[in-house]
Design a protein around this ligand. Structure first.
Ligand code: UDP
Ligand code: MG
Length: 320
C-alpha cells in the first residue's frame, strides 16, 4: 500500500466545485500530517470544463490523479475505475458537489483501521435536499434494509470508507453504486458500520439524477438480489418453478382424459376436451413449465462458460 488513504471522487460536470473541494480536502489533511493520501478524480465524460480543471489541479496538488472517460458511463463505472487505481489502505469515496464534507475523512479512516470495519457508510441524518428526494429515499432505504438485512439508514450516501480489500474484490456495474454495501455483504464482508456525517445543500451545478432514480434503484435491487442468490445455479430457480408448473399441467391433463373416458363409459353427456377452461390451464402450465426449465438450462450453460472473476475471496492463508 502506497498511501493511508485514497479519496475517490466521481465527477460529472462539476467544474465550479472541484478547486474548492480540493482545497478543502488538503486543509483537512494538513491537520493530520501523518496520514498520507491521494486524490483520484474520475471524470465521467463531463461536457463542461471539469477535465481541464482536474489537469490543472493535478499539477498543483500532488498526488492528485485524474482519469477521463470518453463518455458518460455513470457513477458506478467511475467508482469502479477509481477503485481499480486506488493505492490506499483505506479508500474513501465522496461526491464532487461538496454535499459531503471532507472533515469526516480522518474519523472514517480510524473506524476502518482502528475499529476494524470493512465498510463505513455515511449517514446524512440531517439532510439538505428537496423533499421530493428525502421521502422516496426513506422508503428506498427501508426496503433495502429489509431485503439485504444490513442495518444502514442511508445506503446511497456518496461518502463511504472501505478497507482496500473490499473495493478490490467487488464489482460495481450498471447503477449498482447504490448497493455497494449489499454487494460487499454477499461477498463476505460483514463488518459494515455507519457514521453520522454532515451534509450540505448542493452549492454549484445541479443534481444528475431525477425521479427515475427510484424506479431504476428498485429494479437494481431486484436484480442484485436475484443474481446474488441464483447466479451460481439458475436451474435452482427456474427449474423449481418449471417443474412445479409442468407437474400441475400433467395432472390436469390426466384428469381431463380420465374424465372423458369415465363419461364415455357411463354414457354421460360428453364435453369436448377443447371446450373447457381446464384444458387451456393445462396447456399453459405445460408450456410455461418447459419454458422455465429451458431458461434455467440456458442460464446454467451461460454460468458454466463465464469466467469466475471475483467469486472466491480468500481471507487469510497459512502454511504456504
Ligand atoms: N456523477 C457521475 N456520473 C453520473 C452522475 C453523477 O460521476 O452520471 C457524480 C456527480 O458528479 C457527483 C456524484 O456522482 O459527484 C453524485 O451525483 P449527484 O450529486 O448529482 O447525486 P445526488 O447528490 O443528487 O444523489
Ligand atoms: Mg449530490
Amino acid at each position: 500500500m502506497k498511501y493511508n488513504i485514497s479519496i475517490v471522487i466521481p465527477v460529472f460536470n462539476e467544474e465550479e466545485s472541484l478547486p474548492e473541494l480540493t482545497d478543502w480536502i488538503n486543509r483537512v489533511m494538513a491537520i493530520h500530517p501523518l496520514l498520507s493520501y491521494e486524490i483520484l478524480m474520475i471524470d465521467d465524460g463531463s461536457s463542461d470544463d471539469s477535465w481541464n480543471i482536474i489537469e490543472e489541479l493535478s499539477q498543483k496538488h500532488i498526488p492528485l490523479k485524474g482519469i477521463k472517460f470518453s463518455r458518460n458511463y455513470g457513477k458506478s463505472a467511475a467508482l469502479h475505475t477509481g477503485f481499480k487505481h486506488a493505492k490506499g489502505e483505506v479508500v474513501i469515496t465522496m461526491d464532487a458537489d461538496m454535499q459531503d464534507s471532507p472533515e469526516e475523512i480522518p474519523a472514517l479512516y480510524d473506524m476502518v483501521v482502528k475499529d476494524g470495519f470493512d465498510i463505513v457508510s455515511g449517514w446524512k441524518k440531517k439532510r439538505h435536499d428537496p423533499i421530493s428526494k428525502t421521502i422516496p429515499s426513506k422508503f428506498f432505504n427501508f426496503v433495502t434494509r429489509k431485503i439485504s438485512g444490513i442495518k444502514l439508514h442511508d445506503f446511497n450516501c456518496g461518502l463511504k470508507a472501505y478497507r482496500s480489500k473490499v473495493v478490490k474484490n467487488i464489482e460495481v456495474y450498471g447503477e449498482m453504486h447504490r448497493y455497494i454495501p449489499v454487494i460487499a455483504k454477499w461477498n463476505g464482508f460483514r463488518k459494515i458500520g455507519e457514521k453520522v456525517v454532515q451534509h450540505r445543500a448542493r452549492k454549484y451545478g445541479e443534481t444528475k439524477y431525477g425521479l427515475e432514480r427510484f424506479l431504476y434503484g428498485f429494479l437494481d435491487l431486484l436484480s442484485i438480489t436475484f443474481v446474488s442468490k441464483f447466479k451460481k445455479s439458475p436451474m435452482h430457480f427456474f427449474g423449481a418453478f418449471g417443474t412445479l408448473s409442468f407437474i400441475a399441467g400433467f395432472f390436469i391433463t390426466i384428469y381431463i382424459i380420465g374424465r372423458k373416458f369415465y363419461e364415455i363409459h357411463y354414457k354421460l353427456p360428453v364435453r369436448e376436451v377443447t371446450d373447457q377452461p381446464l384444458f387451456f390451464l393445462a396447456l399453459v402450465a405445460l408450456i410455461v413449465g418447459v419454458q422455465l426449465f429451458l431458461a434455467g438450462f440456458v442460464g446454467e450453460m451461460i454460468t458454466m462458460n463465464s469466467p469466475r472473476k471475483i467469486d472466491y475471496i480468500v481471507d487469510e492463508q497459512t502454511g504456504f
